[in-house]
Ligand binder design. Structure first.
Ligand code: MRU
Length: 346
């Protein structure tokens, strides 16, 4: 039985979330009643991963709804929209953030009174969290069929339980395979500069009893050459209707290496990550973070003074390098323009 800690929880007007900046050294929680603290946690990456930040933003709005004392619906909605604006400005690439905020706002807009709006906001946020976990369980069911006993899977960043409500996206097929008695070995690319692979993926997989190896990002070529890698499974921050996939920096090079070495390259993502309004890379923003995150390691400068860095936090893998996209509605295969519409129910 795999038992992972809950990434984020709603506890009667309080939100408790794992402070992911402290892992793997310490498993510590942040508890707050303040929606602004949630916005800070997303911005500072105390919580991260596309589905998890969607849930966090929804819970931020739920905190606003729970604690706000507005007398009129107009006043309540004005404050809610302001909170939504602040939460939306925290990180630009993962579409789940905007999707979740829009869902909660639309639920509130249907209300006829402040009390109803409060209740609707909280219920919608809880539904988003519940559905995320359900989606991941289904991704596990579909993805598990791609894994044979004894396989080695390579992944990048953390698209694990920590990046979602529970079970993860890229890790879901691995956990489900493990529960069904299959032996799976995982190569976790360390994922410079935030080291989500080394710190987070290795932590949760090891805890779950998976044989995991932390490998440097720049070793992906030689690993594909020398080691038996059966499958690449990565997460996504945004999938466009044509099948372009924005995910953590290093995903695109992994897809290229996988193509050259005939390793099937799968993306695992809930349909909430599919953005039908975006066609290609020009239709959304790739987050660029502070160069200091590259130039310093835990406060120690590792590059010469006077030198800067160009730091994109995500890259974009083109559809032609993607074998399939594992969603909770099944695995979408090319041509994505057709199959993504189908899994979206359009
Ligand atoms: O910058 P991060 O840590 O938020 O990036 C996370 C990723 O790139 C994940 O692969 C993605 O969000 C999918 S999480 C299930």
């Amino acid at each position: 039985m795999i038992d992972l800690p809950r990434t984020i929880e709603w506890r009667d007007g309080r939100v408790r979330l794992i402070n992911q900046l402290l892992l793997p050294e310490k498993l510590e929680y942040i508890e707050t009643t303040d929606w602004r603290r949630i916005a800070k946690a997303i911005k500072d990456m105390e919580i991260r991963g596309a589905p998890a930040i969607g849930v966090a933003a929804a819970f931020g709005l739920a905190l606003y709804a729970y604690h706000n004392r507005a007398d009129t619906l107009e006043e309540f909605m004005e404050g809610l929209r302001e909170a939504a604006k602040v939460l939306s400005s925290t990180r630009p690439t993962a579409v789940n953030l905007f999707w979740a905020i829009r869902r909660v706002l639309e639920a509130a807009e249907k209300a006829g009174s402040v009390e109803e709006a409060r209740r609707r906001v909280i219920e919608e946020a809880l539904a988003i969290q519940r559905e995320d976990e359900e989606a991941n369980r289904k991704i596990g069911e579909y993805g598990e069929q791609l894994i044979d006993d004894g396989d080695t899977v390579i992944t990048v960043c953390n698209a694990g339980s920590l990046a979602t409500s529970y079970w993860g996206t890229a890790t879901a097929p691995i956990y489900t395979a493990l529960e069904r008695g299959k032996r799976v070995r995982v190569f976790a690319l360390e994922t410079r500069p935030y080291l989500q692979g080394a710190r987070l993926t290795a932590w949760e997989l090891h805890r779950a009893g998976v044989e995991v190896y932390v490998v440097t990002d720049n070793s992906m070529g030689i690993l594909a050459e020398k080691e038996k890698i059966d499958l690449a499974i990565v997460g996504a921050d945004r999938v466009t209707r044509l099948g372009y996939v924005a995910n953590k920096i290093g995903t695109y090079p992994l897809s290229l290496v996988s193509r050259v070495h005939n390793i099937p390259f799968y993306v695992a993502a809930p349909t909430s990550t599919i953005d039908m309004d975006a066609a290609g890379p020009e239709d959304f923003e790739i987050e660029r973070r502070d160069p200091r995150e590259v130039l310093y390691w835990r406060g120690v400068r590792i590059a010469p003074e006077g030198v800067s860095s160009i730091y994109y936090a995500f890259d974009i893998t083109p559809p032609q390098l993607i074998t399939g996209i594992i969603t909770e509605k099944g695995i979408a295969y090319p041509p994505y323009i057709k199959t993504l519409r189908k899994v979206k129910g359009l």
